[in-house]
Each structure stands twice: as C-alpha cells, then as structure tokens.
Write a protein that binds this ligand. Structure first.
Ligand code: TXA
Ligand code: MG
Length: 329
C-alpha cells in the first residue's frame, strides 16, 4: 500500500534522493525524516505544491508552515532582516530543533505563511533531510507528516498509517531522535517571543539572547496559545488522555481494564490499566519515545490513556505542552 523507501542516514542513496527531488520539483509531496518528527515536504516556492500539503493533512489554511533549508545562508535570503538574536540562536542551534520566525522576503508564496508577513525557518539536523535539501536546491515547506490535529509521526510507519496513499513517497530513515517538534521563537517583533516550547528550553534561549516572552494568552508555566494554529486541539491520539497529577488521583467511571492504558515514568502501572508503557525518566529519552508510545497505545484501541504528569521543570516544558494539548476534549 505504501511507497516507503528505506534510506541509510549514514550514507543516503543518491539515486533515491534524486527521485525524491524530482517528485518535489514537479510539485508532488515527499515525506522525510528530521531529527524531531517526520515532515511532509513540498517545494516552498511552488504555491500549488504547498496547497497539496493542506489538502493531504486536512490542515486549516490559517496555520502557516515551517520552511526547511540546508543552511543559514539560504535562510537569510528568505527574510528582510537578520537580527543579532537570529545570528546568535542559529549559530548555536542550527542545524537543530529550533525554528525562528522573521519578516518574510518577497517571493515566498502566501500559501506558506498563511498570509502573514513573517516566515518560520529551520535547518534540520538530520543527514537525510539535509541531503534532500541540497539535492533539491529549493527550500521545503514541511509540517509534521500527520493528519491535522493528530499525533506527529516519529517513524515512517506512522506516516504511512496516517496519510497512506496521499504521499507518493516516504523516505524511511528510521525513528527520529528528538521525538517532539522544534522550539518555535518569533524574532520579528521588538522582543523575542516563544511560540512553541520544545526540547530547547526557554531558559536555554534566554541564556543566549536575554529575556524571551511567552506568547500572549499563555498562562504562566502553561502552553503558549497565540501562535496561528495553536488554539486547536493538537498532537492528540484518538483515546482520551488524562494527566495524573502529583498524588495520582484516578478519574472515576473508568471503563474495563482492557480499554484503559497507562503511560508511566516513575510510578508503577496502576492496576486499573490493562495496557501500559513505562517511558525513560530523563526528558530527552522520554521525548524520543513519547509519540511512539501514544501511537502504539492508540492502535491497541483503548479508550483512555492515563499519563503520569511529568515534572514541572524547564527541561520538561516542551513535553508538558504536548501532553496538555493531547488532553484537550
Ligand atoms: O520539528 C518541527 O518543527 C517539525 C519538523 C517537520 O520540522 N515541523 C512541524 O511543523 O512541527 P508544524 O506545521 O506541525 O508546526 C509549525 C508551527 C505551527 O504551530 C505554526 O503555527 C508555526 O509553526 N508557524 C509557522 N509559521 C509561522 C509564522 N509565520 N508565525 C508564527 N508561527 C508560525
Ligand atoms: Mg504538526
């Protein structure tokens, strides 16, 4: 059913990359691995190709896309300013799980930016993504390769299960290493604003460029909500997700154990859960395995997933954000 092509990150097959680039050149979609999650790529300079991303994902048209590049020099060509903060952050974290938002240059289709005057840019730290970008020679607009609102894919199999025939080619570079989406920081205004927390924390950003505000409307310590597309239920499995706070009170009226799953970290599996996964206790390990566990438990057909709340510490902020979004009704 699928068009999954294994590709070795240590030595990406040039012929396969050339086929992928040729599809992209002709306006088709190609899913590819990044270090965070799999992306659904289209030529960012081709409005018709970019439109296909929205159709394949069922993505609302007001939610702009991240443009992926092979290096900072190509990023600078897509913006009208390159402030000191952009220089510092990208020197430190590119290639890597950091996306910056800056005023966009002419020539970027409005489909990419959902009509905004700004564009989101990222250089991914994955050899397959970088090799593909180099062979293409044009930037790739790429959201996570899942149906809009669903849990992001961290394997090629997740992409195939979620989008199937809608993607002509899926490059399978194995499971992703970071596991949750990039940190998004808006540098287009007078002060930097954190739009989406990730594994690069607000505190790490601040050590590099000084104070970083939380997006407007974000309750302290909670998820930013002001980025376009961030108001929606996001990153959510089919099952209802319930966070177990400190003390771990179980909700009442639970279904039978075979319909209940638990995602734990430090606590033992509760006896009410017929299925369980224990994730690593460190944030990097936890993030790497989180979406895989949610995909797996969801595929098991459970109706509720009890999740042990992660610690209220900076290193866990990106993970807490995704789990809170997953609990939206
Ligand atoms: O790790 C990642 O960032 C992955 C991989 C594939 O690179 N991509 C990803 O894309 O998560 P997506 O489309 O699922 O999330 C992009 C986020 C959205 O929340 C969107 O609202 C925000 O970036 N965004 C994009 N352009 C923006 C802009 N001009 N201003 C503000 N937010 C923007
Ligand atoms: Mg996404």
């Amino acid at each position: 059913m699928s068009h999954i092509h294994a590709i070795d990150p240590a030595a990406p097959d040039r012929a396969l990359l050339a086929r992928a680039a040729s599809l992209l050149q002709r306006g088709q979609l190609v899913a590819f691995p990044t270090e965070t999650v799999y992306g659904l790529g289209a030529n960012a300079l081709d409005p018709t190709a970019v439109q296909r991303i929205y159709e394949a994902k069922g993505r609302p048209e007001y939610n702009p896309l991240i443009v992926h590049l092979s290096g900072a020099a190509s990023a600078q060509r897509l913006v009208t300013t390159w402030p000191e903060a952009a220089e510092r952050l990208t020197k430190r974290w590119w290639p890597g799980p950091l996306t910056i938002v800056l005023p966009k240059a002419m020539g970027i289709p409005s489909e990419v930016t959902a009509g905004l005057g700004t564009v989101a840019l990222r250089v991914p730290a994955h050899p397959v993504a970088l090799a593909l970008l180099q062979v293409c020679g044009f930037p790739l607009a790429a959201p996570s390769a899942n149906r809009s609102g669903a849990v992001s894919p961290t394997t090629a199999a997740h992409v195939a299960a979620g989008l199937g025939e809608q993607v002509p080619m899926i490059l399978d570079g194995g499971p992703t290493s970071v596991g949750i989406e990039s940190t998004v920081v808006d540098l287009s205004g007078p002060r930097p604003v954190l739009l989406r927390p990730g594994m690069i924390s607000r505190e790490e950003l601040e050590a590099e460029i000084g104070p970083v505000e939380l997006a407007e409307g974000a309750p302290a310590g909670e998820a930013p909500r002001a980025s376009p597309g961030m108001l929606d239920r996001h990153y959510a499995p089919n099952a209802r997700v319930v966070l177990l706070g400190p003390g771990g009170h179980l909700p009442s009226g639970l279904p039978s154990a075979d319909r209940v799953a638990a995602l734990m970290r430090s606590l033992p599996l509760p006896s009410v859960a017929g299925h369980g996964v224990t994730l690593p206790s460190d944030p990097a390990g936890y993030a790497r395995e989180l979406y895989g566990a949610l995909h797996q438990l969801d595929a098991g057909g459970v109706s509720i997933i009890l999740v042990e709340a992660p610690p209220d510490e900076p290193a866990w902020a990106g993970i807490r954000d995704r789990l809170h979004r997953a609990t939206h009704p």
